[in-house]
Every structure is written in C-alpha cells, then in structure tokens.
Design a protein around this ligand. Structure first.
Ligand code: HEM
Ligand SMILES: CC(C)=CCC/C(C)=C/CC/C(C)=C/COP(=O)(O)OP(=O)(O)O
Length: 307
C-alpha cells in the first residue's frame, strides 16, 4: 500500500479509501452525542411527531453533523497531518483524496438539510443548515486559525441539535429550546479546553491559537471556571421553565457540582491526567443532562408514538 508519500500537500493518494475511512470522516464519536442531544430536544418538546418522521429527523441531524465533519477534515488536512491526535485520519494518512472527502461532505450536508425540509419542516431544516454552516464556515474556516475564542463562538454549531429536535416536533423556536442551546453553548469551552490543556503541544506545533497555547494554562483554567460556574444555574433553567422536574434537577445539580469540583482540581494541578478526567467527565456530564431530561419527561415518549 503506497499510502503516504510526502506531506499533506504533496501526498499521493495511491490506495482506495475503505468504508471505514468514509465512516471516520463523519467524526462518529461526536456524532453519537450530537444525535442524542437532538433526540432529547425531540422527546421533550410539546406536541407530537410520527415515529417515522422522528427517526428521519434524527438521521438528518446525524448526516448533517457527519457532512460537516467531512468538510472540516478536508479543510484541516494540513494541520491534521501535523497533530499526533489527527494524523492517522483518512486524508493526512493518504488513504483518501481531499476532493473525495469534500464532495462526500457537501453531498451529505445538502442532502440532510433538503430531506429535513421536505420530510419534516423547514424551521428544523434551517436550524440544521445553521449548525452545519456554523461548524464549516464560522468555526473551521474563519475562527479556528484566527482567535483563541474560536470554540466559544464556534461552539454554537454543536449547540443547535436540541433546537433542531424541538423544531422537528413543534415547527418553532421557543425559550425552552434556547435554554437547551445555551447549556451546550456554555458547556463547550470547558469541554474543549480540558482537552486542549493536555494536547497543547499538538496545537502549538500546528500553530492553532488555542487558548492554552496563546494565553497560558493558568488563564485557560480560570476561563474554564467561568463557564463551569455559569452552567450551574443554567442547567436548572429547564426546571424553571417546566420542561423538567426535580429528578432532572437533582441529577443536574449533582453532576454540575462534580464538574465544578473537577475544574477546581484542574486549577490546582498541573497533571495531564486531571485535565483528561475533566474532559472525559464533560462528555458523561452532557450525556447525563440530556438523558435525565428524557427520563424526567417520560410522558414525552408520546411525541414519538403520536399519542
Ligand atoms: C466547537 C465545539 C467543539 C469542539 C472544538 C470540540 C472538540 C473536541 C475534540 C478536539 C475532541 C477530541 C476528538 C478526538 O479525540 O479526535 C472532542 C471529542 C468529543 N466531543 Fe467535542 N468539541 C466540540 C463540541 C462538541 C459537542 C457539541 C459535542 C456533543 C454534543 C461533543 C462531543 C464530543 C464527544 C462525544 C467526544 C469524544 C469523541 C471520541 O472520543 O471519539 N463535542 N471534542
Ligand atoms: C450539523 C450539525 C448538527 C453539526 C454539529 C457540529 C458539531 C458536531 C460541532 C462540534 C464538533 C467538533 C468535533 C469540533 C471540533 O472540531 P476541531 O476541528 O477543532 O476538531 P479536530 O481537531 O478533532 O478536527
């Protein structure tokens, strides 16, 4: 297999990409949680949606997220080739030609938005297009290489899915779905900067101005704390707005306090394993919040069974 010959820009793409490479372009690890938060929005929204259309809506969120991931990997192929975490991806590893990845990503993105609009509704489709476009154009192409606040603003991309799920059922945007958006929006900086703290060498090598590289580790940890503290009251807002009850409230509060505790540990420790622990818990934390929203509103299952 004559995979890699030269750097990212001079790579010869001698071998044929496998199905697994197309799958990897979709960033499936992230996609699962993105779809889950979309599912949660769909389940707790007032109203009903036919189960088949509910599944179509979730499939559209998955495809739009994957399409955006593929375009991100096309655009970032030069820096992905430099970072140890990403250099085995299909394009930098020489298993896929960049234009194949780009075409794949564009087709998936357009297809998902059109399908959402035609099969579900156009409010959900527009929100989905915004999420996809925000990740591709605003985060990847504009902010990522320019400012250490890249993920604060760009994080909006990943915050749209619960709004998309909500809009799939209701056809509208409402204060409740904006609260779900805000939870993910505020969660993203501590989620990502925890990882950036122990991958700062990668980002420095690729000359990406991630906060720990530009502002230093201590400053990053304090900025993480700001968002973690904002999350504390924010995660309780769904109770205030009546979309969740005390079961959600209790778990959300406990998980948020533990997240805060981990952030304080990160502030006090220089060890990578502490930041790693916070990063991995960030994923469990978001999963827990959105799982509890569903469990607490179990009657919302009627949205899917059309009752
Ligand atoms: C701009 C916003 C975000 C940035 C910059 C970001 C960044 C990252 C990075 C760099 C990784 C490591 C991936 C790897 O190891 O290759 C990661 C992992 C992950 N992120 Fe995020 N993330 C963002 C938003 C989100 C959102 C919105 C979600 C879900 C709702 C999410 C869920 C995950 C999950 C589940 C993983 C683990 C995936 C795996 O190990 O394969 N992220 N994130
Ligand atoms: C349409 C839709 C629902 C879109 C979802 C958008 C989304 C999943 C956004 C956040 C995902 C993410 C992994 C960002 C990291 O990108 P990066 O380029 O910094 O990470 P990398 O270095 O691993 O490539």
């Amino acid at each position: 297999m004559d995979n890699i010959i030269g750097t990212a820009e001079t790579t010869s793409y001698g071998s044929v990409a496998q199905v697994a490479d197309f799958w990897a372009l979709l960033k499936p690890g992230v996609m699962y949680l993105v779809v889950f938060t979309g599912f949660s929005g769909l389940m707790i929204a007032p109203g009903t949606i036919h189960p088949f259309l509910g599944c179509v809506a979730l499939l559209c969120i998955a495809i739009a997220s994957g399409g955006a991931g593929a375009i991100n990997m096309w655009y970032d192929r030069d820096i992905d080739a430099i970072m140890t975490r990403t250099k085995k991806r299909p394009i930098p590893a020489g298993r896929m030609a960049p234009d194949v990845a780009l075409s794949f990503g564009v087709i998936l993105s357009i297809f998902s938005v059109m399908l959402m609009g035609l099969a579900v509704n156009w409010t959900a489709a527009i929100l989905l297009a915004l999420a996809n476009g925000f990740y591709v154009f605003v985060y990847t192409m504009f902010l990522k290489r320019r400012t250490p606040q890249n993920i604060v603003i760009g994080g909006a991309a990943g915050a749209f899915p619960p709004m998309v799920g909500w809009a799939a059922v209701t056809g509208t945007v409402s204060i409740e779905s904006i609260v779900l958006f805000l939870i993910i929006f505020m969660w993203t900086p501590p989620h990502f900067w925890a990882l950036a703290l122990y991958k700062d060498g990668d980002y420095a090598a690729a000359k990406i101005p991630m906060l720990p590289v530009v502002a230093g580790r201590k400053n990053t940890k304090w900025q993480m704390l700001v968002y973690t503290l904002i999350l504390l009251p924010l995660v309780l807002a769904p109770v205030y707005f009546g979309v969740a009850g005390m079961l959600y409230g209790g778990v959300a509060l406990a998980a948020s306090l533990y997240f805060l505790y981990l952030n304080i540990c990160v502030l006090r420790s220089e060890e990578d394993k502490v930041a790693k622990k916070m990063f991995f818990f960030s994923i469990l934390y978001l999963f827990l919040l959105f799982a509890m929203l569903i469990i607490d509103r179990a009657p919302g299952i009627m949205n899917l069974i059309g009752g």
